[in-house]
Design a protein around this ligand. Structure first.
Ligand code: AMP
Ligand code: MG
Length: 360
């Protein structure tokens, strides 16, 4: 009953050509003044720095701080992000996560507070998404070869052999010892769908010890916004068109979100990591039930109070698909989403009414 009521509240909003023409002028203006997005440029007092971290460019924009303070903040924040990346990486040889994975089927492993916290959150989101989000997805990712130079489509037998290892309900946590146990040999954790959000949230925490000014952290499209810009403008966040598939194509945004407050914004898309085989495109967001790349949607952008939540839910909703994903979003207060389906249709949750500007 509750679910039906919630579904009825969902507003499906479809872009229209006439609206796009009306908004064309606004597009140019917004892109010129965009804090982040498919355009560039931003007025006002600010300093920016960029670093290659987490396999992407992390851009840090600070408002209202002098150059010296900004340099100090930048140095500390990037160092902290690198530290966290090393703890949460599946592939980094000495990482906490790698130790847990190597001990699967044999030993409990005591881990630092960061991994314990992120894993606990990942398991909560797995529960919320009824397994569509699953941090035990790593054996499948390895089977597909994502992250290697030679990804390939596995056979049905190979998939069936690995699927029993993918089950977040098997992961054991011991809070008192801050320890983790994967009970079956071959099980492996991957936090690629949530770690980036956590790391940029932690970056903001670090900044807040040194500055109270507005902050924008953009890690390749996963974003943390905080504070008010000196100009008083809202933050404008562009949503890329997944159909153009090219970040640097110069294509206009599909939509722009006008946002204020303390927010995390994250996008999961089939265009972010993929390979082609036999004319088919295979992307990196896998449906834990079938072991195949999740179908139905091209991208999902989530707006939440923090980046960890936005990051986890963008992946979860991508796997859940249009109806189930939107229904989940409508049940979660303070969390909104923009979904782009296979036809390029834009659908968004009801709370974004008045905050989203469709561009075509
Ligand atoms: P994102 O870009 O945040 O959607 O994260 C995608 C990454 O999450 C992939 O590259 C994998 O490392 C991991 N992943 C893929 N499928 C899933 C899934 N169903 N649940 C959790 N993590 C996943
Ligand atoms: Mg994610």
């Amino acid at each position: 009953m509750l679910v039906r009521e919630l579904l009825e509240r969902v507003k499906f909003s479809i872009r229209g050509r006439r609206q796009a023409r009306v908004l064309l002028f606004s597009l140019v203006v917004i892109l010129l003044f965009s804090a982040w997005g498919c355009g560039r440029g931003n007025p006002g007092e600010k300093t920016t720095a960029s670093r290659l971290l987490m396999d992407t460019h992390v851009d840090l924009t600070l408002y209202g701080v002098d150059k010296k303070t900004s340099q100090q903040i930048t140095k500390e924040v990037f160092a902290e992000m690198m530290r966290l990346e090393n703890i949460l990486s599946r592939t980094e040889a000495g990482s906490d996560l790698n130790s847990v994975n190597r001990a699967a089927g044999s030993d409990w492993v005591e881990v630092g507070p960061e991994l314990y916290l992120v894993l606990g959150k990942a398991l909560e989101f797995a529960e919320l998404a009824e397994g569509a989000f699953d941090p035990t997805v790593a054996p499948l990712l390895e089977l597909w070869g994502f992250g290697t130079e030679h990804p390939k489509r596995p056979s049905e037998d190979e998939l069936q052999a690995v699927l029993p290892l993918i089950d977040y309900r098997l992961v054991r946590l011991d809070r008192d010892r801050s320890a983790v146990f994967l009970p079956q040999e071959g099980m492996k954790l991957d936090l690629g769908a949530i770690a980036k959000g956590f790391i940029i949230d932690q970056g903001l925490e670090k900044i807040r010890k040194l500055s109270s000014g507005a902050v924008l952290i953009n890690a390749g499209g996963d974003i943390r916004l905080s504070g008010k810009k000196p100009s008083g403008e809202k933050w404008s966040v562009g949503i890329e068109d997944p159909l153009t598939k090219d970040r640097n194509s110069g294509e206009p945004c599909l939509a722009v979100l006008h946002l204020e407050g303390e927010l995390g914004v994250a996008t999961s898309g089939d265009y972010q990591r993929y390979f082609k085989e036999g004319g088919e495109l295979y992307h990196h967001i896998l449906d834990p039930e079938s072991g195949m790349p999740a179908g139905g949607l091209r991208s999902v952008t989530i707006v939440a109070k923090d980046a960890l939540t936005a990051d986890a839910l963008s992946t979860a909703v991508f796997v859940l698909g249009k109806e189930r994903g939107l229904s989940l979003l409508e049940q979660l207060p303070g969390i909104e989403g923009v979904l782009v389906d296979e036809e390029g249709e834009v659908i968004y949750s009801s709370g974004l009414e008045g905050k989203i500007e469709l561009m075509r």
